[in-house]
Each structure stands twice: as structure tokens, then as C-alpha cells.
Design a binder for this molecule. Sequence first.
Ligand code: PHE
Length: 343
Amino acid sequence: MREQLLKLKDEALAAIVNAPDVATIQEMRVRYLGKKSDLSLALGGLGKLPSIEERKAMGALGNELKQAVSAALDDREAVLGEGELEVRLAAERIDVTLPGRPVRRGHLHILNQVINRIEDLFIAMGYEVAETRQVETDWYNFEALNIPKGHPARDAQDSFYMTDDVLLRTHTSNTQIRYMLEVAKGRTPVKIICPGRVFRRDFEDATHSAQFHQVEGLVIDKGINMATLKGTLVEMAHGLFGAGVGIRLRPSYFPFTEPSAEMDISCIFCKGKGCRTCKGSGWIEIGGSGMVHPNVLRHGGYDPEEVSGWAFGYGPERVAMLMYGIEDIRHFTNSDMRFVRQF
Ligand code: PHE
């Protein structure tokens, strides 16, 4: 038995010295030391030996050999492992002197940039920024603004209704009433600018979208008149488009203002001479305005005999389109990064 055990040990040691890699060492551990290894099986036959002395001696020898094989496996594994580590380190070397790849930073959407600019202009003139809800009741969106049920002006602002009484607001003018009743509560002066999202049931094309933005302005105080409206609009136009740009107020009709005026800016492309953008007129329409209707003041809790006011509303999309030569309103909402990253 002794010869058989020594032979198994020699075979194992010879193979271990030539093991090519760490994975093979792991296989060999099972093959030479596992429960089904030749060595283990041979030692399993100890019980058949005739004397106790012999069994003891062979058992001790078996353990010694197992330890020798195990030590040889450990030695070979250490040598191979070191080599493999060196190979890996060489292959995975990082050149820390390479310049880094810049992380792309996000930025405000062009529309928010334009709205911020408009807000800044008005904040500089002492205005407060007021925002209110997009889901509104019929009363705040229409009724309180002097547009009773069945009024033909409702047709021009067809909306999305949740119920007969609750709708997505069609303009920012709801903020006029909400601010008067909920914030100002009869106090003067009121000087607010109200940017926000509005909704209309429009078919979408290059200039129409079912959701867009408006910026509403509202001033209420003693002795407010159309001269201060025009002065303020001129100031705004200069701030947005430059000092050479003029404002024209054209008689118009809105149920919530009287008198009412369409507001135009002089064409920023041809400087008023007449071109394709202004259709030869020299003027570009940007929104509506007028003196706040006495009924609207009353609905907001103000006495039209005591105070007067004006309001205006226009679309920042239109302003952005003019400022940056954007030809389609749908670019603002279609999330095409090629558009978004230009500004
Ligand atoms: N709310 C009007 C619209 O959406 C614009 C407007 C606002 C007109 C304030 C006059 C005064 O068309």
C-alpha cells in the first residue's frame, strides 16, 4: 500500500508543477484531494489492513501526502496567480493623463428663457409675477371676464372640458380675477405679470397648437389710462427686440376690455418697410389689450368709479419665433434635441 500511495503522490506533484493556469489548479484540487480522488479511495481501504499498527502508519502517511499535495497546489496557484495578475494589470492599464470627456449640461428650454426675459423686464418696472391654475372653472375663465354662456366670443376659445363647469383655461386672463379676489382683495396698485400655459381645441399646424403659453399683464390703480398701457408696451418691446421697435394699438374687441386694442410691433425684419413676414404691412400682431371692463373690475371686487385698469395678453411662443426665426410652433413641444440644443 505504501508504494501505491507514494506513486499517487509523485504523479500528482508532477502534474501540478506543469499546471498551466489557476483554473486547472482548481480542477486538480478536486481530482487529487477530493472524496473520489485515487488517494482518498486508496485510504478508504485502510480498514482491510491486518494490524492496528499498520493502519495507523498508513493513515499518518496518507495525511502527510495529502498535505504535501495541498501545499504543492497552493505554491503553484500563487505563482500562476501572480502571473495572471500582471497580465491583467498590463491589459487594463488606465492612462490617467488622457483629457476627460465633458459631461453635457442641460439648460432652460428656449421658451422658458424668453418667459424669464419678459418677467425680468416687468420685475424691473415693479411688477409681481403671479401664476395660478391651469384647470379652471367656467366662472373664472369666462363668466367673470364678461363672457356669459352663449356669448359668441366663446366660440373663438373652444376648450377642453372635464365637466360642464371645469375646463383647461383658454387664456391667462383667469389670473386677473383670481389675483383680484384672492391676493389683492381691493388693495391698489395691482401690477402683475402672469405667465402660464393655456389650452385650446385647435388643429395643430405651423402656427397653432392645442397648448401654448401666454403672458398676461394687469395694472389697476387710480387714474390708469391707455397712455400708460402704451408706454409700458413700448418699454417691453424695446427690452425684447431693441430700441428701434415701435408699438401700434389697433381698435379691436374683447369682452373683458373696453376699449380694446390689438397690439402690433413694428416689423423687426424690414424695420417697418414691408416684407414677407409682415405681409407688406410693416407691422406684426402679437396680442390683445385694453382697459379692464367695469364688469370685470366689479367681479374682482373693485369699484370702477374709483379705480381703472388695463390688461394685455400675448404669446411668448410668437415672440420666441420672431426673435430666433423659428418657423414652426410645434418645435417647442416635440422634444427634438437638435432643436432644444440650439438655444
Ligand atoms: N385673453 C385674450 C386672448 O387670449 C388676450 C387679452 C388679454 C386681451 C388681456 C385683452 C386683455 O385672446
